[in-house]
Design a protein around this ligand. Structure first.
Ligand code: ATR
Length: 270
């Protein structure tokens, strides 16, 4: 049996095992996907033991997406530019790193009937680690990107790196965005935070949140009430997993059962 898993700390609440195990089962692949909850002081041992343990591939999540790079033999151009890896494939003992977050985000945006981002005005809220893959993907598609953040200096630094515009959250209304992607962790500390004024959300906007807990975040709620097209956070999770599955197995992931188990798990998640 092939072994896969998510490397994270904590990993216990990850929805990835459910999605990938359903996918393996659906295609009759003899593989199992575990949750590897590895503390920072265990990471060295875990990575050294990967081959002995016969691990064929890993998803990588917080807090390891950046620091895992030093353990890998090669990473692809996208991961290099983003500065983070969320997928590892073990090929005959050599570890290859990829990033599927940006593809997951773009595919999720396509669900809002958005197939061509060229020249589209896109606002990314937040300037933390999670926004890098999104900004990279949007820029790669030729979008005009603004990074707006509470701490404007952080937004400026990222904007310089990825050749974007930047500003404070309060600049939102002036930009007249066509696409808005929420990447902050604001809802964790302030469950009712209003990142942008509700009136600034217009019906022509596509608004996506990458947070899936809660599914209908305060921003998406406002956006829905304003008549925007909204895209909830589990879409990106599902669609980045689809890309991971393809990297590992060379096969198209069975999206329907994966989406179904994800919806089930999210419903029961507190
Ligand atoms: P991650 O790697 O998950 O993106 P991070 O690097 O800690 O996490 O970044 C968190 C992001 O959420 C930052 O953009 C942060 O804004 P600051 O740079 O100003 O700290 C943003 N954030 C967190 N809580 C927020 C809040 N209550 N309001 C607005 N932005 C918030």
């Amino acid at each position: 049996m092939q072994i896969y898993g998510i490397l994270a700390s904590p990993a216990g609440h990850s929805l990835s095992p459910a999605m990938h195990n359903v996918a393996f089962k659906n295609l009759g692949i003899d593989a199992y996907y575990y949750a590897f909850d590895i503390a920072e002081n265990e990471l060295d041992d875990f990575m050294t033991g990967l081959n002995d343990g016969g691990v064929c591939g890993l998803s990588v999540s917080l807090p390891y997406k950046e620091k895992i790079i030093t353990y890998l033999d090669e990473i692809d151009e996208d991961s290099k530019a983003i500065g983070a890896v969320n997928t590892i494939k073990n090929v005959d003992g050599k570890l290859y790193g990829y990033n599927t977050d940006w593809q997951g985000a773009l595919k999720a945006l396509e669900l809002g009937d958005l197939t061509n981002l060229l020249g589209k005005k896109c606002v990314v809220l937040g300037a933390g680690g999670a926004c890098r893959a999104i900004v990279y993907g949007l820029k790669k598609m030729g979008a005009e990107v603004w990074i707006l953040n509470r701490d404007v200096e952080k937004a400026q630094m990222l904007a310089q790196e990825f050749d974007c515009s930047f500003g404070a959250l309060t600049d939102f209304a002036q930009i007249e965005a066509e696409v808005v992607v929420q990447t902050t962790s604001a809802w964790l500390s302030e469950p009712d935070a209003q990142l942008v004024p509700k009136e600034a959300l217009k019906p022509n906007m596509i608004v996506m949140d990458i947070v899936y807990k809660p599914l209908l975040t305060p921003l998406l709620k406002d956006a829905q009430e304003q008549g925007c097209k909204i895209i909830t956070g589990e879409k990106m999770l599902l669609l980045q997993a689809e890309e991971q599955f393809k990297i590992w197995t060379g096969k198209d992931a069975p999206l329907q059962p994966m989406a179904q188990i994800l919806a089930q798990k999210l419903q029961t998640m507190k």
